[in-house]
Ligand binder design. Structure first.
Ligand SMILES: *Cc1c(COP(=O)(O)O)cnc(C)c1O
Length: 362
């Protein structure tokens, strides 16, 4: 028997979340963001649930090849563009669209030999200061690109730093709109948070990532349920042992948890080597046979501990849902677990370990 731990990818949830994002827009086309191996879900596992997307966007050229190997003939966009000249050969061969965010990438394009000109997305640094041409340099970059025989259509793209928060998108949007006002080409500005919270900006192409995986881009302000998003990944494991504690007994490495009264605890076959965050403190929520309980003591490499004191029916073999949907339908949002770990759902799903077996559910 393999260890009793399993990740389930919910095809129907991916389909639902994608439709949910699409419903936010009037008639924008939708990139399903599948970078980081589809946010840890596995590109091949998520593909069926996402095939209603208009295109797939990612950063890794190997992942782009995997999307093509799945038979996808539609648009594929490299969100960071190419890293070296020979990457452009792959773009030509696989018909990959690519972001152009710096002069070095324009230089590479200028020396690339291709019969078929490339569709590119010219990126503006409208305030995030990560990738892109500053507003002052954007138009000259556009002019230079537009003059290259290697370039076909130029689309215009920028990325928001604060679509999920207080600062919002107004100042970045004002910069982007004013600099691009009379430039032709399709626009793409919205990530998940902007698609959900600033849907009036959802034009030509939206780029939802986290929302299609069923995690809220602005938790705890809004939960995934409030956005009507469904978890696309469930992580479950089983209880492989139980212990009865007396007051004063401690649990796990460092004895960080000490029982105040008699307790019953369950040892779960999931640890940080499976991708469950070690930093989750005692009290992080879990579901045991669908009923809410919480973790106790430190998470170790292969195991963690849950409180069974209030769950007398639970024991050896009980199903523990670390996040996602329990067999009976009860939900535990990955966002709640991430919050307890001081991070975001993105990081937890991306960190699902290779050793965890994955099943795809229709
Ligand atoms: C990752 C990424 C997205 C998706 O962001 P979410 O917050 O997951 O929706 C959109 N656009 C770009 C350029 C990205 O890198």
């Amino acid at each position: 028997m393999p260890r009793p731990i399993l990740a389930t990818i919910h095809t129907a949830a991916l389909r639902h979340n994608l439709a949910r994002c699409r419903a936010q827009t009037a008639d924008a086309r939708l990139w399903a963001i599948v970078k980081a191996n589809a946010y840890g879900h596995g590109i091949e596992h998520a593909f069926e649930g996402l095939r209603a997307a208009d295109g797939f966007a990612l950063l890794d050229l190997d992942e782009a090849q995997r999307v093509r190997a799945l038979g996808w003939r539609g648009p594929v966009l490299l969100l960071e563009g190419v890293f070296e000249l020979r990457d452009l050969e792959l773009c030509s061969r696989l018909d990959l669209w690519h972001t152009v965010h710096c002069n070095e990438q324009i230089d590479m394009l200028a020396s690339h030999k291709t019969n078929v000109p490339h569709r590119v997305f010219l990126k503006m640094n409208s305030g995030m200061n990560r990738l892109g041409f500053t507003p002052e340099r954007y138009r000259s970059a556009w002019t230079r690109l537009n003059a290259l025989p290697q370039v076909d259509e130029i689309s215009l793209i920028t990325h928001f730093s604060d679509a999920d928060g207080e600062r919002g998108v107004a100042s970045q949007m004002a910069v982007f709109a004013s600099v691009t006002r009379d430039l032709p080409g399709e626009r793409s500005v919205c990530n998940s948070a902007a698609t959900l919270r600033h849907s009036q900006l959802a034009s030509d192409w939206v780029r939802p990532g986290i929302a299609i995986y069923g995690s809220s881009p602005d938790f705890p302000q809004h939960s995934a349920a409030e956005w009507d998003l469904q978890p696309a990944m469930t992580l479950t494991a089983k209880i492989i042992a139980t212990q009865d504690l007396m007051p004063g007994d401690s649990v796990g490495y460092g004895s960080t948890f000490v029982a105040a009264q008699a307790m019953r605890i369950g040892i779960v076959a999931c640890g940080y080597a499976d991708g469950y965050p070690r930093v989750c403190p005692s009290g992080t929520p879990v579901l045991v046979d669908g009923a809410r309980s919480s973790t106790i003591g430190r998470v170790s490499m292969d195991m963690l501990v849950v409180d069974l004191t209030a769950l007398p029916q639970a024991g050896f073999g009980s199903e523990v849902t670390l996040w996602g949907r329990a067999r009976g339908g009860a939900l535990l949002s990955i966002d709640e677990v991430a919050h307890s770990a001081g991070t975001v759902g993105y990081e937890l799903m991306c960190a699902l370990a290779q050793r965890v077996p994955v099943q795809v559910q229709a």
